[in-house]
Design a binder for this molecule. Structure first.
Ligand SMILES: [Zn+2]
Length: 446
């Protein structure tokens, strides 16, 4: 280090030292460096001349003074080597002004990404609307359910409503507003259904359970936890009831399942997959390595969940699923993840990714958010600032999905929102694992 320079000074602003030990500091150092390269020479030359140099000096000092809070909010994942300095220097105004600047910079990109996504969703909706796709030698049928109100969901957000029929077992037969399309599927179905069941208690999965079992005169199988919820009337928030549809309580003669459901010529194992909600289960065919995941997997970057998500439980569920041999992962809302080329129904449905990889990506994403929460807490940030660091503009998934997520939040009157992802880490069945509560909880639906 040249004489007269201290480490403290070097950490505060950029220093450039010439061969003759001449030192340039701050903006002068930036301009000096810029003049060394053809692409940036002009910036360096203009930036060295007043009044541009005065403005640049002022801006440089402001950024240098606030760089701890700026860098944290820009990258979200940035960590300072001196957390105590970060805490002392993180200023509310610089944090939010940087955040606003990042938002404005990416706003044109956000609009473009949203329009592109909408185009794909409208195309996919028309490809699958009301159709049935038979796979695995007719062992698996995907019956796409529709209704004039609930069709807003696939059109605006890309989540389809699907009843799966696996070797004679009907799973998740939709809500009341989808009943007409369910009847059309039943009329066209070639193979008989001998049992009805559901992965969890959400309305688009259980609304038609009672009707379907009685209509077909077949038994209804449910886990104890799901039965306890759906044997009573479920009060839904207004927006959910209006758009996705209501449910009917199931009768008492339900058969409670523990570990398997018999199919026509085999079994589906019942895999507890809580996290999306407490009573969630998935169904697994060990012979063909097919997982009917339900809502235990809804994309790796799904950030506007229902308010009953428990992210800590979901992390445990994902760890278990990653260890299972799965060749075909069937989501509850219309997509299939597989590398098997005999599964080739429609580009709108099949995503050519290994199930293990997409599950691992989701786990990594959850763990990343958990790290952000812990780091923000250590740095003494406010809950709003911590939430912002979980959605940094530097992450592509964030700005790509921002407008769609904002629309979901507005249409559901705040029920499905990004804040739920953050809140979901403060819930835990096991109190010893619980993170300290950062957010006040709102009780929905009552
Ligand atoms: Zn659900």
């Amino acid at each position: 280090m040249p004489p007269g320079l201290t480490l403290e000074e070097c950490l505060r602003e950029l220093h450039v030292v010439g061969p003759d030990n001449r030192v340039w500091r701050g903006w002068s150092a930036v301009a000096r460096l810029a003049r060394l390269f053809p692409w940036t020479w002009l910036v360096g030359a203009i930036g060295a001349v007043p009044p541009f140099s005065w403005i640049a000096h002022f801006l440089y000092r402001w950024v240098a003074r606030n760089r701890y809070s700026l860098s944290r909010c820009r990258g979200g994942a940035c960590r300072s080597s001196r957390p105590e300095t970060t805490r002392a220097k993180a200023s509310f105004i610089s944090f939010w002004s940087c955040r606003l600047f990042g938002f404005l910079m990416r706003f044109p990109l956000m609009i473009f990404a949203w329009m592109r996504r909408m185009t794909h969703q409208v195309r996919d909706y028309w490809r699958v609307r009301g159709r049935r796709f038979d796979l695995l030698d007719d062992r698996l049928s995907m019956c796409f359910l529709s209704g004039w109100r609930c069709d807003l969901v696939p059109l605006l957000f890309g989540e389809q409503f699907v009843m799966h029929v696996y070797d004679g077992v009907a799973i998740d037969p939709g809500s009341l507003v989808m009943r007409r399309s369910l009847k059309r599927h039943l009329a066209a179905m070639q193979l008989p259904i001998h049992a009805v069941t559901a992965t969890h208690h959400h309305e688009e999965h259980v609304g038609n359970l009672r009707w379907l079992a009685q209509h077909l005169e077949v038994p209804l199988y449910l886990t104890r936890d799901t039965f306890d919820i759906v044997s009573k009337p479920i009060r839904l928030p207004f927006a959910r009831r209006l758009i996705i549809g209501a449910t009917e309580p199931v009768p008492k003669d339900v058969i409670i399942i523990d570990d398997e459901v018999r199919t026509r010529d085999g079994v589906l194992q019942v895999i507890p997959t809580s996290g999306h909600c407490d009573d969630h289960v998935s169904f697994y065919d060990p012979e063909r390595r097919v997982l009917l995941a339900g809502d235990a997997f809804m994309g790796s970057y799904f950030v506007t969940p229902n308010p009953d998500v428990n992210a800590n439980q979901w992390v445990e569920t994902l760890r278990r699923l990653i260890d299972m041999p799965i060749d075909i992962l069937v989501e509850g809302h219309g997509h299939i993840h597989t590398l098997r080329d005999d599964i080739d129904v429609d580009n709108a449905l099949v995503i050519r990714q290994a199930p293990r990889d997409v599950l691992a990506a989701k786990l990594e994403f959850f763990e990343w958010i958990r790290d952000q929460l812990a780091a923000g807490r250590d740095e003494g940030l406010s809950p709003r600032m911590i939430e912002a660091t979980c959605f940094p503009w530097g992450q592509r998934w964030n700005w790509e999905q921002y407008l769609g997520d904002t629309l979901i939040r507005a249409m559901s009157l705040g029920h499905f929102s990004r804040r739920e992802v953050v809140r979901s880490f403060t819930r835990s069945a096991d109190a010893s694992e619980m993170l300290p509560t950062l957010y006040s909880m709102t009780i929905h639906g009552e």
